[in-house]
Design a protein around this ligand. Structure first.
Ligand code: OFO
Length: 165
């Protein structure tokens, strides 16, 4: 059985994962409208992954005798300015999520809930991967700067990343 404190914290994480999915969905739509199909596909996939992270948490909370709550979500931005800025936001968002996962892990230790501690290790590993991927992409797009041809090639490249991940 989950402690009240941990159930509350897990529910907060459910909301964060759901909001992450919405943020990336909005990035996908924005990229699609701008005609960058590769980036759009990458972001649609990221959005699906976040939804999967959310579902995994929902099922876990309910399995442990808690009640996973589906709540109102913050509306994401509609315009991301430039692709450089958008990928910078992606990295910053992933760092924010990693910090939130770390806080959750800390609570599992306080509450001596080793099952949840163990369950969350998957998220810890996932965040390392996602942050690394976001950093790699941001480095690439920063190299391109405002070069249109570079952005075109990057758009094809990022599709490859999606296909391989
Ligand atoms: Fe849910 O891993 Fe990204 O944010």
């Amino acid at each position: 059985m989950l402690s009240e404190k941990l159930e509350k914290a897990l529910n907060k994480q459910i909301q964060i994962e759901a909001e992450s999915s919405q943020v990336y969905l909005s990035m996908a739509s924005w990229a699609e409208v701008k005609g960058l199909e590769g980036i759009a596909t990458f972001m649609y996939d990221q959005s699906d992954e976040e939804r999967m992270h959310m579902l995994k948490l929902i099922k876990y909370v309910n399995e442990r005798g808690g009640h996973a709550k589906v709540s109102t979500l913050k509306a994401p931005k509609l315009d991301f300015g430039t692709f450089q800025k958008m990928f910078k936001e992606l990295l910053e968002h992933e760092i924010f999520v990693s910090n939130s996962i770390n806080d959750l892990v800390h609570i599992t230790l306080q509450e001596k809930d080793y099952a949840t501690h163990n369950f969350l290790q998957w998220y810890v590993a996932e965040q390392i991967e996602e942050e690394a991927l976001a950093r790699t992409i941001l480095d690439k797009i920063n190299l391109i700067g405002n070069d249109k041809g570079g952005l075109y090639l990057f758009d094809r490249d990022v599709q490859q990343i999606t296909a391989n991940s």
